[in-house]
Design a protein around this ligand. Sequence first.
Ligand code: ATP
Ligand code: AMO
Length: 465
Amino acid sequence: DGPWAEIGRLDKAAAGRSVLVRAWAQAVYRGSKTKNVAFIELRRGMSTVQCVLAGSAQMMLFALSLPKESIVVVEGAVALLDNPLRYTTVREVEIQVRKLYCISRAAPKLPISVEDAGRSAEEFAKAEAKGVPLPCVGQDTRLDYRVIDLRTAAGQAVFRVQHQVENKFREYLSSKDFISIHTPKLISGSSEGGAAVFKLEYKNGKCACLAQSPQLHKQMAICGGFCRVFEVGSVFRAEDSNTHRHLCEFVGLDAEMEIMRHYFEVCDIVDGLFVELFRHLNENCKTELEAINRQYPFEPVKYLESTLRLSYEEGIQMLKEAGTEIEPMADLNTEAEKKLGQLVREKYDTDFFILYRYPLAARPFYTMPCYDNPAYSNSFDVFLRGEEIISGAQRIHEPELLAKRAAEHGIDKSSIKWYIESFRYGTPPHGGFGAGLERVVMLFCGLNNIRKASCFPRDPQRLSP
Ligand code: ATP
Ligand code: AMO
């Protein structure tokens, strides 16, 4: 609408039209064959177009003086090209510039270049083989200058995929009669137990914790008479995990629901949601997935139309048969999870599966023990490419048992009294799950580090930008 044209929509059909475009000038150079011509490559989002300046020597000099990444406005005519371009996403047309304005001049020397930040491993390898190695931009440097790093095609693509994941989560659960809620992030006790909690000074001498999950309040929403709720919100973990998959702040995709007969009803929701999500991403994010694949090559996720469900005991058995040393009643370590992912892929041809009936000892205090064997629990984790993306379970809705389990986990009962009390006034059996948005995106896109799937990641070392 209006006079502005979107670069991404310029195609053959636009030839002859007069357009006005505002964009980042990612490259400006003099023509190599014809010296009285200059070119500007404009970028907006994931789209790039070539602009050609000819005729006015003054305008050419002005263009050539522009630092890379300056914001310019170009007015010109769309012209058909005889040979499609190789370096821009708009390939069949260019803009012949009549007027050029600089709206925001970038610094003459940028700390990292978008071009270098956007190179693929293949490009680096080729240059290395030719004996002219390219400047490599390390992960830390990228994150220091994240606003430049995010401008690469893959950088743009990852967060467009993330947007689709978040939207699909809301849309799918809304269609299943879940309603969106917002729970407090400042709470008086730890929501998951353990030491991984940020504590801070609250008002009137009180101490507050940053919520490690919406766990307690999403259950209390069920106590409050809502049968199905979900939340998309920030989650804080003070864990000292300097790994490729842990952040100190991430976005939780959480759901909680009444259970009628069996906690597999929660697995059914996870199954329907993720199968629909994978289909949606593959169909609607083709350009984005290609851009990510160009810089960080990956295989598409393999999944089944009806998600594979394996019991924890079956999983342990598979690992044992493959010769992995394993403690049958403890949580799986990272290595065992990876190995199981690999074995499941070989046997069932899927990268996505649910592992249910975990040992109770490996789960948080609020998890419902199995009725037939309380050494196990009505719980599950969900794996994508051999890494956990979701945890879920039926919860204890009986206050005495809940208080007992909290005490066994060393949790000070007084700090979560309000939570345990909520179950005294009539609560249906219920369960739910929590997924990490950044993990879902990281693993769907086959990225090697969760920081690539967080716009401005927070980890034990990084609190800025
Ligand atoms: P996840 O959701 O991935 O299970 P979590 O927050 O529940 O993470 P844990 O269950 O405590 O964390 O740990 C899961 C796995 O992550 C462990 O098996 C461990 O191997 C790995 N891990 C945790 N912290 C570190 C660390 N600092 N360095 C290396 N690996 C770690
Ligand atoms: P859990 O602690 O397993 O379960 O977390 C749920 C999901 O959140 C993601 N996740 C993380 N992502 C990035 N950085 C981290 N440090 C991190 N820790 C966890 C993972 C994980 O599967 N209350 C339960 C959920 C429930 O039962 O409803 C919970 O928080 O994708």
